[in-house]
Design a binder for this molecule. Structure first.
Ligand SMILES: NC(=O)c1ccc[n+]([C@@H]2O[C@H](COP(=O)([O-])OP(=O)(O)OC[C@H]3O[C@@H](n4cnc5c(N)ncnc54)[C@H](O)[C@@H]3O)[C@@H](O)[C@H]2O)c1
Length: 491
């Protein structure tokens, strides 16, 4: 038996209930959902499935938790977060193995999420002293100061592509700021978040760290609940819009980390080998393309187009999908039948609309993978900006390559979509690079690199790719509200 399979057997959460108020609960109507591994089709067991009565009960407990947690001193809160980081590191292989089985991303790639999650917890623990206010000069004889206070109960609703990382890292700023937290895990892959509840829940007073497994109805009940002060979503643009609309009734604060259709732009003077390497890395084939930051639409200058495409295709053919829990697997599968069907329909549309399928576009031959939602790395060339595969976020391993000659026309095509999350620019002329960065309507830009996130660097989208910035001081401050205090000093 290979290592991650051993981890998995010992790692799957013993508790399958709803975790709130420091205890495990059945769902109010005993609702359960069976969870299947998308790579093998095997059952990973059942979990309790939260509905609106469970949301009510969890919010009640989270409100009590908030009253306790807000009184804990900042340094004591920071210490809890550092202990959480240590536990995430200590149990990192198990958490990665659970997600590999549950969401289909490869163990090897998911191990990188361990560092990101633990670092996020440590980063926000270290930032706690930045929860500071200001003093303001006054015209009259008074002292005026501001303080930053927590919001109350904050709910994080997560996407399925990095389940434990989103849960653990996302908890950090919320808890650092003194809020209590309810995490709604992704319905496709709830198990690692339950394991986190087992590991991290006891570090905090009851009601501070709460976890609900559930689907859209659970998300809707959370979004409309008057006892919740803020919803932070990591998810798709349509869900972001639904949440913004539903949250309006109670005027909740909302932060939205949503999808993109991210551009990679290569100029004639770019290093051809590095562009090809960066394009493949930027496509996040390891995650079967299921990454919000994937640079899935390429704009290659005509003069280097053919040479870059040749190298991309060679590299894509070397990437073999495999069973995600095997330690050496480079690329996993899609999360569900629905996502598989969606990706296949985009591939079909690419072919029908006249793009050239250079590699992939089908299930791999390997019989070991026959029960899973696997698709080979797929590369299209001769794509035009009007095609669906150039306009829609596919969230699959599908790269759409376009060629350009006129810079203004290229930027028009880059910016004409209503999303703008990331972009990657390739050139050896740094003046040109900075000018290009200034012209792109996206929130997170790489120059001569792709894919990587940087601790402390604000991550988030322009236009419909979202509202708010994560992974940075902005995220911490977004979990607070400002109170102004004026003290009359007149005798
Ligand atoms: N910007 C980022 O940081 C980031 C990171 C990862 C994924 N994403 C995006 O997430 C999407 C893929 O994830 P997904 O398919 O899980 O997204 P999704 O929008 O389908 O679901 C995300 C979460 O929202 C919940 N949800 C769905 N409808 C809801 C509603 N009406 N009210 C409340 N909650 C609701 C789901 O149960 C799930 O937990 C892609 O668009 C991707 O780009 C963005």
């Amino acid at each position: 038996m290979n290592a991650p399979t051993i981890y998995l057997q010992n790692a799957l959460p013993a508790h399958r209930g709803l975790y709130y108020g420091g205890e495990w609960h059945d769902a109010a109507n005993a609702a359960e959902e069976e969870i299947f591994s998308p790579s093998t089709g095997t059952s990973l067991g059942k979990v309790a499935w939260a509905g609106s009565a469970d949301v009510d009960a969890a919010v009640q407990q989270a409100r009590l938790g908030f009253q306790a947690w807000r009184k804990i001193s900042p340094l004591a809160r920071a210490s809890c977060l550092r202990q959480a980081a240590a536990l995430v590191r200590q149990h990192g292989d198990e958490l990665a193995a659970i997600d590999a089985a549950d969401c289909g991303n490869p163990f090897r790639a998911l191990k990188l999420d361990v560092g990101m999650a633990a670092h996020g917890l440590e980063y926000f623990a270290g930032l706690i002293a930045e929860l500071k206010g200001q003093t303001l000069p006054m015209e009259d004889e008074s002292l005026n100061y501001t303080v930053r206070e927590p919001l109350g109960v904050v709910c994080r609703i997560n996407a399925y592509n990095h389940p434990f990382m989103f849960a653990a890292r996302g908890a950090a700023a919320v808890l650092a700021a003194g809020n209590s937290l309810i995490i709604k895990s992704p319905e496709q892959a709830p198990l690692s978040t339950l394991r986190l509840a087992e590991l991290l829940g006891p570090l905090f007073p009851p009601g501070v760290f709460n976890v609900l497994s559930g689907g859209r109805e659970c998300g809707e009940a959370l979004t409309t609940h008057p006892g919740i002060a803020k919803i932070a979503l990591i998810g798709s643009v349509p869900t972001g819009k639904a949440i913004a609309r539903a949250a309006a009734d109670t005027l909740k604060r909302v932060t939205l980390e949503l999808g993109g259709k991210n551009a990679l732009i290569a100029y004639p003077d770019a290093d051809i080998d590095k562009v090809a390497e960066g394009a493949v890395a930027g496509m996040n084939f390891a995650w079967a393309g299921q990454s919000c930051g994937s640079t899935s639409r390429l704009f290659l200058h005509s003069s280097i187009h053919d040479a870059v495409v040749e190298r991309i295709v060679e590299a894509a053919r070397r990437i073999q999908p495999g069973i995600p829990t095997h330690p050496d697997t480079q690329m996993g599968c899609l999360v569900s039948q629905a996502q598989f069907d969606r990706v296949v329909s985009y591939i079909n549309s690419g072919v029908e609309q006249g793009a050239r399928l250079l590699t992939g576009g089908k299930r791999p031959q390997n019989p070991e993978l026959a029960q899973g939602y696997f698709i080979e790395p797929t590369v299209f060339s001769e794509v035009t900006p009007d095609m669906q595969i150039a306009r829609q976020e596919i969230f699959g391993p599908v790269m759409a390559i376009m060629r350009w000659q006129n810079e203004d026309a290229m930027f028009e095509a880059v910016n004409e979509l209503d999303v703008g999350l990331t972009a990657s620019i390739w050139t050896s002329d740094l003046i040109q690079a900075h000018r290009a960065a200034g012209r792109i309507e996206a929130g997170y830009i790489w120059i001569n690199r792709s894919s990587k996130h940087f601790p402390g660097a604000p991550f988030g989208g322009y236009k419909q790719s979202g509202i708010g910035r994560d992974e940075s001081l902005d995220e911490l401050l977004d979990n607070t509200q400002i109170k102004n205090v004026n003290v009359n000093l007149e005798p």
